[in-house]
Design a binder for this molecule. Structure first.
Ligand SMILES: [Zn+2]
Ligand SMILES: [Zn+2]
Length: 253
C-alpha cells in the first residue's frame, strides 16, 4: 500500500494544506487539499473518495476537483460518506447556488460524481482495499477509517474528542503500520477543545493509552499559529510513538 499525505493541517496557510490522504493513487480520504496537492492527471486518477465529516476543511476542494475532472473521465467518481454528511454536501455545497450539482451533471444516469452512503462498521472493498468506517466523537456525525490491503493497514481517526471504537479497531488490525490522530489546540485551550470536540496534547496522552500497539502515531490537524506552543507540549508527552504527520509524506508498506 502507498499512503500519501496531501494535507494534514488544522488551518490553511502557505505550506499548510488542509486534510487529505491518498491511497495507491486511486482512493482519497477527505478532500481538504486535492486540487492544491495533486496534478490534474493525478486528480483524474482518483476513483473513490471517502469523506470523514462535513466540516469545510475536509471537503473544501471537492467543487474545484469535480470541475477539473469533468470531461476527463467516463466513470463517476464515488463519494462515500455518512448520510448526514452527504445531506450537508447536497444542501450546502452542490446546491446550484454555491456550486453546480455535479451529481446530476451531465445527466442523472451518468454523473461526474456519485454520492454513496456508508454505514459505520461495514467493510467496503474498493480498488483492492478494505475500508471500514468507524464512528468517532466530533461536533457533527464523523467517522474515522481503518484501511487494509491484506499486508498492511493504517487507521485515521479524523477530527475527534475522546473516543474508543477506533482504538479497538486499530488494536484488532493484524497488519497495523500507522495510527493517525489529531491534536488541534495547545493545553491552555482546553476549553476550546471541549467546545469544538478536538484534542489537546494532555487529552491526547489519555487517548493514546488506549492504543496497545507499538506503531508510529502521526499527529495531524495542528492549528498553524499554535505549532510553536504545541510542539514542546507534544514532545513532553514522552511517548516514543508520537510524531508529527508531515505534509507530502509517503509511506509504502
Ligand atoms: Zn471537524
Ligand atoms: Zn478538521
Amino acid at each position: 500500500m502507498e499512503l500519501r499525505v496531501l494535507g494534514c493541517s488544522g488551518g490553511e496557510a502557505e505550506g499548510h494544506r488542509l486534510t487529505g490522504l491518498l491511497v495507491d493513487g486511486v482512493v482519497a480520504i477527505d478532500a481538504g487539499s486535492l486540487t492544491q496537492a495533486l496534478t490534474l492527471e493525478e486528480q483524474v486518477g482518483i476513483r473513490q473518495i471517502f469523506i470523514t465529516h462535513s466540516h469545510l476543511d475536509h471537503i473544501c476542494t471537492l467543487p474545484f476537483y469535480t470541475k477539473n475532472i469533468f470531461g476527463h473521465t467516463d466513470v463517476p467518481v464515488e463519494i462515500h460518506a455518512l448520510p448526514e454528511t452527504l445531506d450537508a454536501l447536497r444542501r450546502h455545497l452542490f446546491n446550484d447556488e454555491i456550486w453546480p450539482d455535479f451529481s446530476v451533471i451531465p445527466s442523472p444516469d451518468n454523473p461526474i460524481i456519485r454520492f454513496s452512503e456508508i454505514e459505520p462498521g461495514r467493510v467496503y472493498e474498493v480498488e483492492g482495499l478494505r475500508v471500514t468506517p468507524v464512528p468517532v466523537n466530533h461536533l457533527v456525525p464523523t467517522v474515522g477509517y481503518l484501511v487494509e490491503d491484506g499486508r498492511s493497514a493504517f487507521a485515521f481517526t479524523s477530527d475527534t474528542a475522546e473516543t474508543d471504537r477506533i482504538y479497538a479497531a486499530a488494536n484488532a488490525a493484524p497488519d497495523l503500520r500507522l495510527f493517525i490522530t489529531e491534536c488541534s489546540f495547545p493545553n491552555a485551550q482546553d476549553w476550546l477543545a471541549d467546545a469544538s470536540k478536538h484534542l489537546t496534547p494532555r487529552k491526547l496522552a489519555r487517548e493514546l493509552a488506549k492504543l496497545r500497539r507499538d506503531v508510529p502515531v502521526g499527529i495531524y490537524h495542528l492549528t498553524p499559529g499554535d505549532r510553536a506552543v504545541m510542539l514542546p507540549e507534544l514532545e513532553a508527552l514522552g511517548d516514543p510513538r508520537v510524531r508529527l504527520l508531515e505534509q507530502d509524506a509517503r509511506f509504502t508498506w
